[in-house]
Every structure is written in structure tokens, then in C-alpha cells.
Design a protein around this ligand. Structure first.
Ligand code: ADP
Ligand code: ZN
Ligand code: ZN
Length: 816
């Protein structure tokens, strides 16, 4: 008796045991795929976890349907990494596998029809079409819906099938099929019997009257001697100007033979074209420090100001690692926003780079997967967003996490709710590889780790080529409003600078960001937003209850009628967005070309690159945009950056709002003046005395870090406390309240005041489901593992309560 334990791509924690025969047991290895029956009629693709001979207790095993792979498509390191992910982020291995594998690897059921087992005799009751299908099914045991369509030669056959189903004549069978279709390219060669010179001459003589066919043959020889490579049918047709019919005639005669070769879809044209740049003194120093830091640290943080030349240092390190034959993973927050960087790296490394992104077609992803698995040179360097972490690296030498502070490294939904940066550290360890994080504005956690010796730390303080950091000026728009020096949302200072810059034929970037879902209440007279007394966050306006609430501690108060600070009744919940700015610009600068970059204008596939290109070609004078503008763009001609309103960033209800504001403002400012002329940045704000803005204006990361760290300490937030968020969702408000209260009380018994909530999030209902959150704060000296165990036990008991069976529970570890 032989068995396998398989992991199925479903949220259930356990593996599933199936029986296999002796040969199968000998053949199967961990990481191979098998099609297995599940439940009454479902078929799933399972991943073999282990092969053994221990029959499970208490149930009869089913046998597997068939084996789908010749070789494992998942490595043992991947399996270990995924087990870590499932354990750390409290989800099932099946959920990790579903996120990790390209969809085409997880076979899909597809509709197949067959005759029902019941004997059917009243053939005369069938319509003509029904009868044709019925007859066809007597000759073939089953039919694909597409076959049925072809047989009847009509498109809409669903109704006919439905009728046959209703009459119990046929039944639907679910089956699985391989979805991945590699792209095949057709090649042409001479049939073997003609390859001797003598035979060939005879052949050409015989073809003297078939002029076109002869022509094709002559060109085939010419191409053959010239390239010594396989000749594709397209190349041959083009050269000989022959028609497909001529080619076919030669194949039919047995003179030529066609054959197919699998093509890789993810191709880059062109070789490496640029020399790797010689590093300058500061870069050499930083590079040396990274190298020596790697001798004692597995992870190093490179803190280098914008445009200090970090990328060139990465390039050097990559070059070194691939020379030893190892693989490199270069992780970026969002691939769509980094076309510039990809092009730059391709110039250095040519075809050794593959890009991997969850938005790619399944086929493209399958190909990169296979290339990485077989260590093909063309996938030696992978550039990818967070999902590239799941690729089957065999021999990883280096991981680079660029812009490590970016929030998009975190996946919020669905499970696994993982942070790709943190998970990359574990992956690097499994490969005994090194990890380099880079940022001009590191996350507080990473910088803290570096400062406390967990990571190495290397700093680059100056921009490359002695380009100065931009000159940052804060503009007090409260004052400007009072003095009537505002035109719409533009201060006279900003307008003045813009006119200057545009007159010189230089470009302007304007930044306006409205993050978050619910509007922040802001007094339009004094700019104050009400704050939570218990937390350092703004209260969020809840229209539903006409309340102001704190997202983190549950504090709430009735919405006030007038501003608590200045008493005026000018409370406003509507901010202004990029669109309004764009409209204002058209009247203010009718002769300038204005464009907008935000989620609305970059929906199309190439919309984003088109905007970048237009900016590079100076077809745009003023670009208005959201935080998309902050993402590592490198432009030559932008000498002015304007921030329309810094306050809505600072007032965002999140314990990281200040840190994020600093990062965003620094990054946006970093777009200005990347060439010799010093760039200018104007930040408009109601609150020019805000510490964060001061720190931004003098480029003082260190001061920001110290102050924010104090606040985190005082308010018990990361990096001093870990947090786990438990989210409850249900259609019934009362049920979700009751369920979360039950869960919360069970946790409070153990963790006391470190349990916050349950409380509804600012948007208390999404998609008709009411939501309640519990936040578990975990002090440094409390075991994370034991805490999770405890939560899991509570969760298990919770799941056995019938009343709560409809309530969905999501657990988000390190939810920030
Ligand atoms: P960062 O990644 O820190 O923002 P980059 O690596 O993009 O900085 O460098 C900023 C600019 O300086 C780029 O245009 C880059 O080509 C140029 N640069 C950086 N290092 C060198 C070098 N060693 N030689 C020539 N140009 C360099
Ligand atoms: Zn006010
Ligand atoms: Zn609070």
C-alpha cells in the first residue's frame, strides 16, 4: 500500500492523502503535480508533499487521477519557504500555493458532457439537434462543449445541452486539462533522403519546370550556408517570396519537412549594449562597505539619498554575482511604474534578464517559471514585483529589495497576507544568499534593524555628480489665504516659480495626493483636523453615524458642528484632487501643455509609459499627479516640484502617516533638479511648523527617525510592538458584533490591555458585509509563536460555534 499526501489549493490547513500504486509511488516526488478527485465531483491539482506507506486512520483513500509532471516543478527550498510563509502569516499551505503558482499550473475543470448512465428509450421525443448530439455521444464516450458546437454547427448550443440535461439524457463531467500552451515556431528542412549532393542535383533537375518550388529550395540552401541555424518557415517564405501553398506543395511531395520548436514568449530583443559605469569615489566606498558588511551580515540596508547612484551599485553587485553562475532577484514595488529601470538594466545585462509580474499572462509566467527552474541563462536575473519571490530559484546568490520602504511590498488580501521584503530575508537565508535593501527614505523598521545591528548599514549622503539636493521651501497657505494671495489652490509663490521655470522651457511636476477611503475632516479656515486623544492619528469622519472615530483604539465622538480650534463653521470633508488642479491649470497657464498622471489616466496598458515618454520628450510642460510621481522616475529637465497640500498626507489616520509623509515628500522632491542646476521644491501647507515638514525641508531623515521612534515607543507600535489584526466579516451586523466580541473576550483573558477592539473600521461595511477588527499588540518580550498558537486555539473553538459559522475571519500578521 502506497500513499501520497497532497496539498490542494484551498484554505484548509491539512494535506490530503490519496492512494497510489507501487510504480507511481516510486515515480512521484515532492513538488510534482497530480490531478486528484475531491468531494463528490470536483477535480483539483494537488502538489505532492510526501510519499509514504502509512494508511490514514478512519477513512478510505481515493486514488489519484493522474500524474501531471515528469519532474518536480517546485523545489525543496520553495516548499520550506512556503511552509514558513504559511506558519508565519497564519494561513494554509494551499493558500500560499495558490498565490505562488501561475494559474496555468493549477489545472481547471472544464465542462465535458457524456451520456447519463440511465437507459433512454424515447428517441422520438428529441428535437433534431438534440438527437444529433445524442447520437454523437453514442459513438464517443464524451464530448467537449466546443466539439458539440462544431457538430451542430451553431454557436448557441448551451440551451440544447441544457434541455438534454433537464431530460436526464446527458450529464456533465468535470475534468482537468493542461492550460499552458507553449508557443511553437515552424521550421523547414530538406528531407533526409535528398541531403546527398547527387540526390539533390537530381531533385533540382526534376524541378526545372516547377519554377517557384525550385526557387524555394535554392533559398533554403543559401540560408543554410549563411546562418548554419534552423530556418523558420516565415524566414524562408520571406526570402524566396514564395506563397504558403508552394511551401506546402514541397512538403506534400516529401521534399521538405516541417518541424516545430517551442518558443519562449518572454523575449527581449537586443544584446547588452552599455558598459557598466565606473563608480565614483563615494560609490566605490559604499560598494566596499556593502561587501565587507556582507561578511558578517546577511542583510544590508543601503541608505542613499535620491539620485546618489544606488542603482549603479546594484548593477556592480549583480554583475559580480552572475559571474559566479548564481541567480539574482531584483525586487521592485510596482513593475508597471519602473519601465525606466528595466530598460536601464537591460542595457547592461541584455537577455539575461526576465521580468516577472502577476499581471503577465499565464503563459509568460509559466515560461519564466520554467526558465528559472532549469537555470536558463536568460532568467539569471529576475526583476519582479512581490510575487517574484515565489519563483523556483535553484541557486540564488543575491536579492535586492529596491525602495524597500514602499507599502506595496505588503499583500493585504487575499491570504497569504505577506510582506515580500520580510519574506525575502527568509528566502535569502534558505539559499545562503545575501540581501541588499535600498532606499532614500528607509522604513522605520528597517532603519531600526540597521541601527540595532540586525542589518548592516551603508550610507550615501550626496547625489551623484555633485548635483545639489533640491532647495525646499514651505509655503504657508493659511497666511496666503488670509492675505488673499491664493488663486484657486495656487499660492502666489508657486505661481511665480512656475512662470519662471516655464519661461525657461523647463518642466514642472505638481503633486496632490488623496489617499484613503473616507474623507478627513478639515477646517477650511485654519486647516486643523480633529485628532484622537489616545493615539497620534487623525479622527476619521463616519458619515453613517455622523461620528468621528479613531481607527486604532476605537475612540469616537459625535461630529462637531464647528471647528474645535478656531470655532468657524467651515468644516469640510471634501478635499481636492488632481483633476481639479488640472482644470485650474488650464485657465492659469493656457499656453502650457498640461497632463495628469493618476489611477484614472493610467488605466490603459501603455498609458503610463506614454506619459513618461511624453515627459521625457518634453511634450508636457506641467504634469499633475498622485504618489505615482514619487516612484523612482529619473527626468533631466524638471526643475520645479510643487506639493499642492501636504496636510492631507500628514492627517491620514494611520500610525505611519508621519513616516509615510516624510517618505513621499522626500521622494517627490527627489524628482527635481537631477542635473547641474539646483532643483526647487515648494510645499504648500496650512501648518508650516509641523515637525515632519521641517525635517523634509532640511532633508533630515535622522531627526525624523528619532522623533517617530519615540512616538512608536510611547504609543506601543512597531518596531517596539508587533501587531496582528483579526478581521471579522458577515452580512449580519449583530452577528459580526457578537462573534468578534466573543473572540475579543477570549483573547483579553490572556493578553489583557494589549487587545484593541473589536471596533468597526472607518468603512464599516464593504460589499454588504459588516466588518469588525481586533488588533493584538505583542510586546517584544512576548513570544510571537505562543501568541499565534493561542489565537489559533481561540479560532478553533470559535469555528465550532454554530451561530458564528457564517462569519469570515481573516488574520493579518504584521498588518502595517
Ligand atoms: P539612485 O538609484 O540612488 O536614485 P541612480 O543610480 O539612478 O541613483 O543615479 C542617478 C543618476 O546618476 C543616473 O542618471 C545615473 O545614470 C547617474 N550615475 C550614477 N552613478 C554613475 C556613475 N558611476 N557614472 C556615471 N553616471 C552615474
Ligand atoms: Zn478651524
Ligand atoms: Zn485612537
Amino acid at each position: 500500500m502506497y500513499f501520497i499526501d497532497a496539498i490542494l489549493p484551498i484554505p484548509l490547513k491539512q494535506t490530503f492523502t490519496y492512494s497510489v500504486n507501487k510504480d507511481e509511488a516510486a515515480f512521484l516526488k515532492q513538488g510534482m503535480r497530480v490531478a486528484v478527485p475531491f468531494g463528490k465531483s470536483k477535480v483539483y491539482t494537488g502538489i505532492v508533499y510526501q510519499v509514504h506507506d502509512q494508511p490514514p486512520v478512519g477513512y478510505e483513500t481515493k486514488s489519484i487521477d493522474h500524474i501531471l509532471d515528469e519532474e518536480p516543478i517546485i523545489t525543496s527550498i520553495q516548499m520550506k519557504h512556503w511552509e514558513w510563509l504559511a506558519g508565519y502569516y497564519m494561513c494554509s499551505l494551499g493558500e500560499v500555493i495558490k498565490a505562488a503558482l501561475p494559474g496555468a499550473f493549477l489545472l481547471e475543470s472544464e465542462t465535458i458532457i457524456k451520456l447519463s448512465s440511465r437507459n433512454f428509450q424515447q428517441e422520438e421525443s428529441l428535437s433534431d439537434d438534440e438527437f444529433v448530439l445524442y447520437e454523437a455521444l453514442q459513438h464517443q464516450s464524451s464530448l467537449h462543449i466546443n466539439d458539440a458546437r462544431a457538430i451542430l454547427d451553431r454557436k448557441n448550443i448551451v440551451s440544447i445541452i441544457q434541455k438534454l440535461l433537464d431530460k436526464n439524457i446527458i450529464e456533465v463531467e468535470e475534468t482537468v486539462y493542461e492550460q499552458y500552451v507553449p508557443k511553437m515556431k515552424r521550421y523547414i528542412k530538406l528531407a533526409p533522403k535528398y541531403t546527398s549532393e547527387e540526390k539533390l542535383r537530381e531533385l533540382l533537375d526534376a524541378l526545372t519546370r516547377a519554377h517557384k518550388q525550385r526557387e524555394v529550395l535554392m533559398h533554403l540552401f543559401m540560408l543554410n550556408t549563411k546562418t548554419k541555424k534552423p530556418i523558420s518557415s516565415t524566414a524562408l517564405q520571406k526570402k524566396s517570396e514564395a506563397s504558403a501553398a508552394t511551401l506546402k506543395a514541397l512538403i506534400d511531395k516529401g521534399i521538405l519537412e516541417e518541424y516545430y520548436v517551442q518558443q519562449d514568449r518572454v523575449e527581449f530583443s537586443g544584446e547588452a549594449s552599455s558598459e557598466i559605469k565606473t563608480l565614483n569615489e563615494a560609490q566605490i566606498k559604499a560598494y566596499g562597505e556593502i561587501k565587507s558588511s556582507f561578511e558578517t551580515n546577511d542583510t544590508v540596508l543601503l541608505h542613499g539619498v535620491t539620485s546618489s547612484g544606488k542603482t549603479e551599485i546594484y548593477v556592480r553587485l549583480i554583475e559580480e554575482v552572475i559571474a559566479t553562475g548564481k541567480q539574482v532577484l531584483y525586487m521592485l514595488p510596482e513593475i508597471a511604474l519602473t519601465t525606466q529601470l528595466i530598460t536601464r538594466l537591460q542595457k547592461y545585462f541584455g537577455e539575461r534578464i526576465s521580468v516577472y509580474h502577476s499581471k503577465f499572462s499565464v503563459n509568460e509566467r509559466v515560461e519564466v517559471w520554467k526558465n528559472v527552474l532549469s537555470e536558463k541563462p536568460k532568467s539569471q536575473i529576475i526583476i519582479g514585483a512581490r510575487s517574484s519571490l515565489f519563483l523556483p530559484f535553484k541557486n540564488l546568490g543575491l536579492i535586492i529589495v529596491d525602495e524597500e520602504h514602499e507599502p506595496s511590498f505588503k499583500q493585504y488580501s487575499p491570504a497569504p497576507r505577506y510582506n515580500a521584503r520580510d519574506s525575502a530575508i527568509v528566502l535569502a537565508n534558505l539559499h545562503k544568499a545575501k540581501l541588499l535593501m535600498g532606499s532614500a527614505t528607509p522604513s522605520l523598521e528597517s532603519y531600526h534593524n540597521a541601527k540595532t545591528g540586525k542589518f548592516g548599514l551603508v550610507t550615501l549622503k550626496k547625489r551623484f555628480g555633485n548635483v545639489l539636493m533640491p532647495d525646499i521651501e514651505l509655503v504657508d497657505i493659511k497666511e496666503k489665504t488670509r492675505k488673499k494671495q491664493m488663486t484657486g489652490h495656487f499660492s502666489d509663490r508657486l505661481l511665480e516659480e512656475m512662470r519662471d521655470v516655464l519661461k525657461n522651457g523647463e518642466q514642472v511636476i505638481l503633486f496632490q495626493n488623496r489617499r484613503g477611503f473616507s474623507p478627513v475632516v478639515e477646517c477650511t479656515t485654519c486647516g486643523i483636523s480633529p485628532q484622537c486623544p489616545n493615539c497620534d492619528v487623525s479622527l476619521t469622519f463616519h458619515q453613517y453615524k455622523n461620528q468621528l472615530r479613531c481607527h486604532y483604539c476605537g475612540y469616537h465622538m459625535a461630529m462637531m458642528k464647528s471647528c474645535i480650534a478656531c470655532g468657524s463653521e467651515t468644516l469640510d470633508t471634501k478635499g481636492f484632487g488632481t483633476e481639479q488642479i488640472e482644470t485650474e491649470l488650464k485657465t492659469l497657464f493656457p499656453n502650457s501643455k498640461v497632463a495628469r498622471m493618476d489611477q484614472d489616466t493610467t488605466k490603459g496598458k501603455h498609458a503610463y509609459s506614454k506619459l513618461i515618454e511624453a515627459l521625457e520628450n518634453e511634450e508636457i510642460d506641467i504634469l499633475v499627479g498622485t504618489q505615482m510621481l514619487a516612484k523612482g522616475l529619473d527626468f533631466r529637465n524638471i526643475s520645479l516640484v510643487g506639493v499642492m497640500n501636504a496636510d492631507n498626507l500628514l492627517n491620514f489616520p494611520d500610525f505611519r502617516a508621519h513616516e509615510r509623509s516624510f517618505q513621499l515628500l522626500q521622494q517627490v522632491s527627489g524628482r527635481a533638479g537631477r542635473t547641474q542646476k539646483r532643483g526647487k521644491v515648494l510645499i504648500q501647507t496650512y501648518n508650516p511648523y509641523h515637525q515632519i515638514l521641517k525635517q523634509v525641508s532640511v532633508n533630515d531623515y535622522e531627526a525624523m527617525y528619532k522623533e517617530q521612534l519615540d512616538e512608536r515607543y510611547n504609543y506601543k507600535y512597531p518596531p517596539f510592538y508587533r501587531t496582528i489584526k483579526i478581521v471579522f466579516k458577515d452580512k449580519g451586523l449583530e452577528r459580526v458584533q457578537k462573534a468578534s466580541a466573543w473572540f475579543g473576550q477570549a483573547l483579553e483573558m490572556q493578553f489583557k490591555e494589549n487587545i484593541l477592539g473589536p471596533e468597526p473600521p472607518p468603512v464599516g461595511r464593504i460589499k454588504n458585509k459588516y466588518i469588525m477588527n481586533i488588533l493584538v499588540k505583542i510586546p517584544k518580550n512576548q513570544s510571537l509563536e505562543k501568541t499565534k498558537k493561542y489565537i489559533e486555539n481561540v479560532w478553533r473553538s470559535f469555528n465550532s460555534i454554530k451561530e458564528f459559522s457564517s462569519v469570515r475571519v481573516n488574520i493579518d500578521v504584521d498588518n502595517y
